[in-house]
Ligand binder design. Sequence first.
Ligand code: ADP
Ligand code: SF4
Length: 708
Amino acid sequence: MKMARNSRFDILFEPVRIGPVTAPNRFYAVPHASGMTNIMPRMRAGFRETKAEGGWGVVCTGYVSVHPTADDSPLPYATLWDENDVRSHALMTEAVHRHGSLAGIELWHGGGSVSNKTSRLPPLSPSGLSWMATHVGFMGNQRSKAMDATDIRNLLRWQAQAARKARRAGFDIVYVYAGMGYLPYEFLLPDWNLRSDGYGGSVANRVRIVRELLEVTKDAVADKCAVALRISLEELRGRKSERAASEAHEVVELLAEVPDLWDVKMDSSPTDCAPSRFTAEGSHEPVIDFVRKITKKPVVGVGRFTSPDTMVSQVKRGVLDLIGGARPSIADPFLPKKIDEGREQDIRECIGCNICISSWHDSVPVRCTQNPTAGEEWRRGWHPERYAVSASGSAASATRTGAILIVGGGPAGLECALTFARRGYQVSLAEAADNFGGRLRFETSLPGLAPWGRVLDWRLGQLQRMSNVTLYAGNELSVNDILELEHQRVVVATGARWTRRLYSPLELAATVLEQPHVYTPDDVAAGAYLDGPIVVFDYDNYYMGSAIAEHLTEAADSVTYVTPAGHVSAWAIMTNEQPQVHRALAKAGVRVHTLSLVARFELGEVVIANLFTGEERRLPCRSLVIVGARMVRDDLYQALMLRQKELAPAGIASVDRIGDALAPGAIAHAVYSGHRYARELDTPAGSELYRRDAPIVQDVPVLYDAGP
Ligand code: ADP
Ligand code: SF4
């Protein structure tokens, strides 16, 4: 039975006029990188199309370079430099238009924040200053050139040329991007802009380049497309102005009616795309809330919005006209449709883990913890809401024949069970503990990680409503149990264990430290009592080491964090968490030693050694927690393999492992593994096979082609 939309959400489905075009509703998938670029245009089009199909009234690209002086390589940025690029983007606009949505393109120049590693052209900036990032992934060793009058004219010409190409590619909304440290933003900020000509000094002068970019874009699209301004307001809002409440107010007042749409945001990735571990939903509001009071043009903004009530409140309180979604649109491309159909409880809410951002930092196609189909729409043909039925072609079988037994109710087992159930299989999911969730049971109790519980809550909620699923919590299955249960397929999702292995200078997990008072996160999860002072030795480098250190300060006076990496939670730079991890540990009183490994542990003392010099240092320690290597917990699988001969007589056609029991990884990997197994079983697609995308090249590419 089709359910009706709740009338209190009607306001979200009102059309919104944006200059010469009209968005069919208020759901706006804002520009965000997909990691796919023009190298994978079909995958990119499939990813964006799914959002349009799911009801997002506007769907935008990620950042698209207007000229080879804006070359962000090796990060995965898109380009609009020549006619091949026009064709590449046209795949996306056609795909988005098929569902009645508008397509937006974020034209971009990186200024002094890029170092043109591939094009080898001098980067350009207002005054010859460059971004001096301290993380190697973002560092460059070519500094920028201070732009002269010719460079400024060129910039305006490149923007206009790209805008005309965007129009030819079929876009409805064309952006000027003055945010996140990129070129027009650099003009707005006096830290970057030291100019004494008409583009520097007063706010009116600093804003000039943005106004001119908007004007040339408007001329170029000639009333066929809307022109949007995306602007970061965090720094500007903190600066006093003689003419307005802040420099941000002054900028918005000066440009109020120039763009057709204001897209407002924060300045740096960790605050703009803030992780849930440290930041709540709607965190942009105190910075951007004033914009709509100044301009008559529509305003879009983000805030990891997943609740329709929060969205309605944003509109009714006059904060936003359009509800921007980047992460919520990745985690659930069908979020708007679900609200429209009165199925809010089916929304797969983003957990704010920022694994999606890590894909961009890693320069690979988007990955999502909650939505394993993200990025797989075209290459594997995975649709987030539609599934091939089971091999028999029938819905759930009432008998045990063809039934699936999944052992282990962590992220992998839950996702596998749900995917099989959606395909119509009869599914049993057994979990040894009294509650489902696997690693989430403990991890969501760590400081800041409660929102990650949505991985469990959403899946369990869906499973509990399905008639072809039987859930057995509190059932630790043995080999004999499994043989007796007579399911045709057995899927082992029993997870992984943390080990007590130390770390060697070869950058490998080394000797096992089997002695009293050495613990792993599993021991802490099981409620072990740890006597202080505590030392946490972290070479896992993601969240667990720092989260457990912070957690242990609740019970012990002295907690010290030691890592061979140069930063705490070194990999968490990829998820925008790291700067805040440092702050959180400092606030909790955790002492930090970087570039160090644990050499020895004797009761009362741990000896750490500098990774490079070997210089030793003694730290008081009565409990050592090693957060290092995880190894599969696959005893059950190995025991089943030893009794292979008994499987067929028991009706078992296959036994396989998924998730951490197969290869330990982040939660996103476990979810993906469980999904892929269930999605592909009994289908013609071999699990290793996927379509390989390739750039669209019809003309011999040139570095830059001004175009008609
Ligand atoms: P993953 O991330 O791969 O889902 P987890 O470690 O989060 O792995 O979850 C594995 C789950 O498997 C845990 O909840 C654990 O209690 C459960 N489990 C392990 N062995 C058995 C067993 N023999 N029977 C039922 N459940 C088991
Ligand atoms: Fe949200 Fe995490 Fe998915 Fe990103 S990866 S969309 S933060 S659930």
